[in-house]
Design a protein around this ligand. Sequence first.
Ligand SMILES: C[S@@+](CC[C@H](N)C(=O)[O-])C[C@H]1O[C@@H](n2cnc3c(N)ncnc32)[C@H](O)[C@@H]1O
Length: 193
Amino acid sequence: MNKFNRSFWKERYKNQTTGWDIGYPSTPIQNYIEQLTDKEISILIPGCGNSYEAEFLHDSGFKNITILDIVENPLKNFSKRVPSFPKEHLIHANFFNHQKKYDLILEQTFFCALEPKFRKDYAKKMHELLHKKGKLVGLLFDFPLTAKGPPFGGTKDEYIKLFSTYFKLKTLEKSHNSIEDRMGKELFIIFES
Ligand SMILES: C[S@@+](CC[C@H](N)C(=O)[O-])C[C@H]1O[C@@H](n2cnc3c(N)ncnc32)[C@H](O)[C@@H]1O
C-alpha cells in the first residue's frame, strides 16, 4: 500500500501544509536552465506542485514543457498564474502511469516525497520517460534516510547504487548554490539516460 497517496497530498494542498513550496524557482535549477540554449527540447517536471521552475522556463521561451502532479489543485493554481501555458501540457496523473518520452526531466523534492520502497521504480520509470541521451537533472537531499518523512533523505552512496543501473552519472555533487534553508543538504545531479 502507498501511504503517501493522492489523498495525502491533496490534504496537504487543502490545508496549506506545503512547507516544501519555496515560492520561486530554486537557484540551482534556475542556473541550470539559464545555460540551456535549445528552447525546443521537451521537458517534464513530475510531482511539480506549484512549479515555479515551469513558469520560469515558459517565461524564458521554452516551448515544450509538461508538468505533472497527482493532485489537481496545484495544476489549477499554475494555470491561473500562467494563463498562456498550454492546458494540454498540464497532466493530472500518477507519475508511474505516465507514458511519453522527454529530453530533460527536472527533479525537485519529488523523489524525497515518495516512500523509499518506490525508489527503484522511480529510477526505472525516469529512465523509461527519457529519450536516449536524455537527462534527469535536479536536486536530491543529502541527509540520512530515516523512517520519518516525507521528505525522505538519502546519501550519495545510495544514489550511486540506485541510479547507476539506468544512468550515466555525469554529476552528483554537493550543490554550491542551494537556497539558504537547503544549503549543505542537497546534491545536484545530472544523470544521462
Ligand atoms: C514535496 S512536493 C514537491 C512539489 C514541487 N516539486 C516543489 O518543489 O514545490 C511533492 C509533490 O509530488 C506530488 N506527488 C506525490 N506522489 C506523486 C505521484 N505518484 N505522481 C505524481 N505526483 C506525485 C505531490 O502531489 C506534490 O505536489
